[in-house]
Write a protein that binds this ligand. Structure first.
Ligand code: CTP
Length: 422
């Protein structure tokens, strides 16, 4: 096991929810990676796990009470809020997120969160309906706007026999996200002040919108039309933009990869939902359309499952989906100053890409060959060609999608600095 968090001091706030048991495993994972972990348990967390168990795994005492005299004399809550390199909140319940977003401080955990200037990573965990409630989504937007990083929640079966986003990210994913957050902050000059608000970086102060992943177009409640996009390239761009100091919104179709740290993620299924989410997320300085949007959808999504009745195969009539990139790039008002499109091609890559750039009116087009042999669609590497409006062409070697994301972000920053203001 690599000591990738060696010497890091993590203040782990454990919220009250069934996922609290996974926080114990998180303590173990963080320590395996070399971090020192100081746990704080909310009152509700203690209904699920004991301070003794957390302390035993952490190898140091667990804190619980704001008004514990012995505690305050030994290490006050202000020192707790300072004596670490990062704060991780896992599980972050809907209530804890609301307290953080509202600046309320009725107990030790929320007082420390209000008093700290350290980078904060939250791992939300709650019932799917609570997660999707507009109040929670509002709180999430406030927190990411304040510079809080978020990991998860994941899709999956939950304690109440329901399915959907709400499951806490796995301990390994949380530890990975913590590493990403700490690396991103040291890359932009180690500025963690005010939980990331005072940031440096080539895109500091800029807003970036990225679409990513496939869309699912329903045929009936159990079947849909989709494509092989994994979302890796779009997610890598979002992660790189956040690491470069931008405030990033990622509108993602259904994917099975983790959310990038420090990015506000809006999950959608269909092309029409993606367009609505993009409209809601604008304005932005840069809009990157990396999603593999379904060009067509079934004319009618049936309310009940289509049954085999032994006779004819059911017909599938398709209608065209809105073109999200062309809609936004064609605007005269509210058009982002830098609009970046992608072109997924299997034949005549450059020729088709040039036509797409003109037709969709983007400022930069990233073309890639997605024929089956290349393994780009769904894979971890990409060979891209960059086409500018002025006809300039750049071809990069085959690179990991993360590296492509970083290089693209550097190019965006350069182009934006030359673009006329919106
Ligand atoms: N795009 C979009 N909305 C759509 C279709 C595509 O926003 N309904 C965007 C993609 O995100 C990408 C660009 O348009 O940035 C090109 O996508 P691509 O699938 O390569 O091209 P299409 O327009 O679908 O054309 P074709 O399938 O004929 O190649």
């Amino acid at each position: 096991m690599s000591q990738s968090l060696s010497g890091r001091r993590v203040l782990l706030i454990i919220g009250g929810g069934i996922a609290a048991y996974k926080a114990l495993d998180l303590i173990r994972r963080l320590r395996e990676r070399g971090a020192a972990v100081r746990p704080i348990l909310t009152k509700a967390a203690q209904e699920f796990v004991t301070p003794l168990a957390a302390a035993a795994l952490a190898g140091q005492r667990a804190h619980t009470d704001l008004f514990d005299r012995a505690d305050e004399a030994e290490i006050g809550h202000i020192r707790l809020a300072r004596d670490a390199d990062a704060v991780v909140v896992a599980p972050a319940t809907a209530d804890l997120m609301a307290r953080m977003a509202g600046g309320h401080a009725p107990d030790l955990a929320s007082t420390v969160l209000l008093a700290t200037t350290l980078p904060i990573l939250i791992a939300p965990a709650m019932n799917v309906r609570m997660w999707q409630h507009p109040a929670t989504q509002r709180n999430l937007a406030t927190l990411t706007g304040d510079g809080v990083s978020v990991v998860g929640p994941n899709d999956g079966a939950m304690a109440e026999a329901e399915h959907g986003p709400g499951r806490m990210a796995e301990p390994g994913e949380i530890a990975d996200a913590l590493e990403t957050m700490l690396t991103a902050r040291s890359e932009r000059g180690g500025l963690g002040f005010l939980a990331g608000r005072a940031v440096k970086g080539s895109l500091a102060g800029k807003t970036v919108l990225v679409t990513s992943g496939p869309t699912h177009e329903p045929i009936d409640p159990v079947r849909y039309l989709a494509n092989r996009s994994s979302g890796r390239q779009g997610h890598a761009i979002a992660a790189a933009a956040a690491a470069a100091g931008a405030r990033v919104t990622l509108v993602s179709g259904p994917v099975s990869i983790p959310d990038p740290a420090g990015v506000a993620v809006i999950r959608v299924e269909t092309a029409r939902e993606m367009l609505a989410a993009v409209e809601a997320a604008l304005p932005a300085d840069i809009a990157v359309f990396a999603a593999a949007v379904g060009d067509w959808r079934p004319a009618e999504a049936r309310g009940g499952k289509i049954k085999k009745d032994g006779s004819a195969v059911p017909p599938l009539t398709l209608v065209e989906n809105p073109d999200i990139l062309a809609t936004i790039a064609g605007r005269t008002e509210g058009r982002p100053p830098l609009v970046v499109g992608f072109a997924a091609e299997t034949d005549d890559v450059l020729d088709n890409a040039r036509k797409k750039l003109a037709k969709k009116r983007c400022d930069l087009l990233v073309a890639n060959d997605v024929s089956h042999e290349g393994g780009v669609m769904g894979g971890v590497e990409n060979t891209v060609h960059l086409l500018g409006r002025d006809g300039a062409l750049d071809t990069w070697p085959r690179l990991g999608k993360d590296e492509v994301g970083k290089r693209l972000v550097a190019r965006f920053a350069e182009l934006l600095s030359k673009a006329p203001p919106a």
